[in-house]
Design a protein around this ligand. Structure first.
Ligand code: UTP
Length: 414
């Protein structure tokens, strides 16, 4: 009892200091267990960190001047493909490569209540996004003659159901000891005024902290240690929502090794100067991704002497990281983005409201910001018709429908 009172006092002090006392509005009406759970949850939150994220976001705004970056183009890649592939396959068969699959997002644009990886995009028979990843990995494993570890990042909401899903499907016939799961941390959702939201009377609304959390989460799960023991040199980082990815693209890896790069970044040519993708460029002489909403019209439309767009390539979330170089990177220093979202909340009468309009933020660190922390970066073009079928929205552009069309064009039987 005394401990509980102490904890309450400690939490109350914190909340008052950070102007978040609204979080205790329903405390008195809760049962003993719910009270305890809420206090523990509130006690865990790093309020100072959140406030700093808010402040930093303000400072990050503004127009940053950029310049074009060199890109290894499709033409040149095609000319040297065989040699590059050989180099890549050789590295894989020496057991030096692992895959990290980003599956910790909540798929809010699609309104999902489970992991996007469990989405079935098949027509005649089930075909799950996770299954596609495992199948691709199996092909590469067969080519290289060794199994490749797949590390899957999940959020708290989905972690258990995804493991059950893999069990149910017998790990899609891949050795289960080569598929490992790890969790990323969750952070409170904020209203536009910076106040933290309650999802239920006794529960703070939480969201995963963005895909930039992957290395930190991998370290916390002791999987970096495991990778080192297994002499992993390269980590292929891919997202779960592009079924056309070339997972461990052997020529991509070969080109990176050949250029003695620390990080490989796959890009596609933008469909128009105004496409809503992050654009690869240089800022202050270092590789950088500038988000489409930060680009001025002049930057979007700028052309070079060959009359090509200066900022012509967008990133697609397929990266190859040198594990040793990751030691020198401090992912906690990554900028924090406040992504605008619809946040369900408890109203003054204690009822849950599902807002029609965006009403707040989730704080995210993004993998694409890691690019700016590296010196020797290989920017590698892939063919968007063959490598890029993102699934982001319920209907229309970048939906299951549009991805299916691209998969069929690439010879998939759905
Ligand atoms: P998106 O940023 O597109 O997010 O993630 P999402 O969750 O898929 O969809 P929305 O924005 O909520 O509608 C790109 C990739 O990064 C992963 C996602 O699972 C996806 O593979 N991701 C995103 C994480 O692993 N963790 C996160 O916190 C966020």
């Amino acid at each position: 009892m005394r401990d509980e009172r102490n904890l309450y006092q400690c939490v109350w002090n914190k909340l008052r200091e950070h102007n978040q006392l609204q979080l205790l509005k329903w405390y008195a009406s809760l049962g003993e267990k719910e009270k305890q759970t809420l206090l523990l949850q509130l006690n865990e939150i790093d309020y100072t960190n959140l406030e700093q994220a808010f402040d930093r976001q303000e400072k990050q705004q503004g127009n940053l001047s950029i310049e074009p970056i060199d890109v290894l183009k499709l033409e040149e890649i095609t000319r040297n493909k065989e040699k590059l592939q050989k180099l890549g396959i050789n590295e894989i068969s020496r057991g030096h490569v692992a895959v990290v699959l980003l599956a910790g997002g909540q798929g809010t644009r699609m309104g999902l209540d489970g992991s996007k990886g469990m989405l079935d995009i098949g027509l005649e028979k089930p075909l799950y996004l996770f299954e596609i990843v495992v199948r691709k990995l199996r092909k590469t494993a067969d080519l290289a003659g060794c199994y490749i570890d797949l590390y899957i990042m999940l959020n708290e909401r989905d972690a258990e159901s995804v493991k059950e899903f893999f069990e149910k499907h017998d790990y899609f016939e891949y050795p289960r000891e080569n598929i490992l799961f790890f969790r990323q941390k969750m952070y409170p959702k904020l209203f536009f005024d910076g106040k933290i939201a309650l999802e239920q009377k006794g529960q703070v609304a939480m969201a995963p902290g963005g895909n930039g959390a992957w290395f930190e989460a991998l370290e916390q799960s002791h999987f970096v240690e495991r990778m080192r023991k297994k002499h992993i040199k390269w980590i292929n980082l891919v997202s779960v929502d592009n079924p056309l990815y070339n997972i461990i693209d052997t020529a991509f890896l070969g080109a990176l090794i050949k250029q003695d790069g620390q990080l490989g970044v796959q890009v596609v040519e933008k469909s128009s100067p105004y496409e809503k993708v992050g654009v690869i460029c240089k800022k202050e002489g270092k590789p950088y991704v500038k988000e489409y909403y930060e680009m001025s019209r002049e930057e979007q439309e700028a052309v070079n002497e060959q009359n090509e767009l200066c900022y012509r390539y967008g990133v697609i979330l397929n990266y190859m990281f040198d594990l040793n170089e990751m030691e020198n990177i401090h992912t906690v220093d990554l900028p924090v983005h406040l992504a605008v979202k619809k946040i369900p909340f408890i109203d003054q009468r204690g009822k849950t409201v599902f807002p029609e309009q965006e009403n707040g933020y989730i704080a995210e660190r993004l993998a694409l910001d890691m690019i700016h922390l590296f010196e020797r970066v290989l920017v590698y073009e892939v063919d968007r018709k063959k490598d890029f079928a993102p699934i982001k929205n319920r209907v229309g552009e970048d939906s299951i429908e549009s991805a299916r069309k691209l998969l069929v064009e690439n010879g998939y039987v759905l």
